[in-house]
Design a protein around this ligand. Sequence first.
Ligand code: SF4
Ligand code: SF4
Length: 160
Amino acid sequence: MAFECQQCGECCHHMAQVHTIKEVKGDFTFLVNNQYTGEKIVVTVDPDKYDLFADIRVFGDHPEACPFLRYHPKDNLAYCTVHMTRPEICRDYGCWRMLILDSRGKRAGRVMEHRAFFSDDDDLAHVWKECIDDLTEPDDAVWDTIVIGILRKAGYTVRV
Ligand code: SF4
Ligand code: SF4
């Protein structure tokens, strides 16, 4: 299954260190500088997100958030307000290779990169510690199959 963003916004929480607004061009258009590569691109707020863009409460909780990240007050999901013109590095980004959902379909954890585990759920963290942490299987594909089996048995849904 292809990567599906859960719109938690975490990947954009510190992106002000990367994307800085170099020039406000007016009409919801901005020249953005990539602090690391020096690349400059023009982005424009999506027409259906003008009101959302005006809501800057995100910076209270996340002062280093990308200048274009917003949380919608209705669903509390994260939105990139320049989604249609967002930088290339944002287009290529997918934050997990294994997504673990609880019985209600809510994100419980993620496996990123090789076997790095990040939990949003104490019960899942416990299962991981007791049954998965010490697995020594060297083959990644076999390890994935074993881990998915353990998680499914424990009541979780796994997307890879
Ligand atoms: S890419 Fe990952 S970290 Fe970023 S918003 Fe989507 S689910 Fe969250
Ligand atoms: S431009 Fe959009 S996707 Fe990229 S870091 Fe900012 S909010 Fe996130």
